[in-house]
Design a protein around this ligand. Sequence first.
Ligand code: C2O
Ligand code: CU
Length: 490
Amino acid sequence: MSLSRRQLFTLSGGIVSGVGLTACGLALTSPGGSTGALLPSRVPLPAPFVTELPRLTPLRPDRDGRARVTVRRKGIEILPGRTTEIAGYDGLFPGPTIEATKGDPLALTVRNELDVPVVNHLHGGVTRPEHDGYPTDLVQPGREREYRYPLDQRAATLWYHDHAMDRTGPNVYAGMAGAVVLRDPAEVDLGLPRGERELTLVLTDRSFGEDAELVYPVVDGAIDHRYHGGLLGDVMLVNGTPWPRLDVDAARYRLRILNACNARRLELALDPGQDIVQVGTDQGLLTKPHHRSTLTLAPAERADVVIDFSQYGVGEQVTLVNRLGDGAMAQVMRLDVARRATDDSHVPERLSTIERIDPSLVVTTRDFHLALGQPMPGGHGSHSGNDRSLPMWSINGQPYRPGEDLFGAELGTVERWRFTTDVHHPVHAHLVHFQVDQDGAPAWKDTIDIGPTSRAEVLVPIEGFRGRYVLHCHNLEHEDRMMMADFSVG
Ligand code: C2O
Ligand code: CU
């Protein structure tokens, strides 16, 4: 779904400058419902379904719960036969997949060998504020720090990524993102597919320049204003490989899918069409499996799904498609059903227990409006990315002011948060999780996708730790352009 300029004008309540800027190239929405503009690559694009899907490199903490990663630049092969320099955890893109166990604390040392400051954030983690990766809590070049993650929370597919003030978009784009699989030994009994038949898929879109370099269009230290609405790449990468393929058994597979794109929304489906059985969300298992024909994932959202390839014939090629993508971006990867196989996995009707929060417990209801704000005072200038006449993205009319709380919440209470938006914004809060109603049952999320015509309402138990955290849009170009707010838990 895309907005015409007229609709945008209406929804943004007369932000005339925004409309004027659209005329000189500030693309806010693209066809297909992502907020952003496509940056075309300047190299020939690789043929799809040639390279095999790589398994992600696991990172297992040692017996004392310690692990370490070094952020560094490395030339790697992403496009066949070409070298692309990335900046990633241990020089990998995506970073290593941290394999952790619920309740076992992790002490992760992050060493920064880049020439820019970085911040590490465990997305979806319930973490003390000093370890949470507040945007100005920087690890300077040549330094390292230990982040402590209690991981005393539901098992789920989490992820870690950079969170540096004003630079999260370029840093993540350069490679600073990896998955975290937080397991609960009690879930093994459920019988979901595991071992070789459990895969983590990290989805990212990227664009490449003439020398196969990753292109992030920055002008004078800020995003080129044309991509102010979000940067969309024209190469779909799964685990860092363009449009890969994988031979699968005619059996059930569990796929943990992470949308790690800066701005691109995905609507995933199988072709030939069969049901995708969703078993989990951002914050772990659903109460019961849910059959769906398509699965929409906004940036930072995760889904845990089971696909039964025995529904297909041996020799059949099953494409994972993106219904919101155009041309080559309408495809993600291909799964080739290679052989018959035995399968003792199953998907039980009862996956987990989630207690529905009694709405009468709500002590505070808050309204958040995520929208393009007014230009910063100080006015008109050049057409550089720093142009202060460009409106900033804002929450409740307020561009991000680090250190100033938008609100305070009380530990141990339950709040109701309501969101409205102008265009699509995936909203994410640190520390707390959102209880949503999904298909008639409660489910846990940490990021929710809010479209221009919808309003979202979530229940938020204020649990974990006291201190200052952030709430922001996870379209990283919006986040860097101030769509963030502080809140404190007291
Ligand atoms: Cu995944 Cu504050 O971010
Ligand atoms: Cu946004």
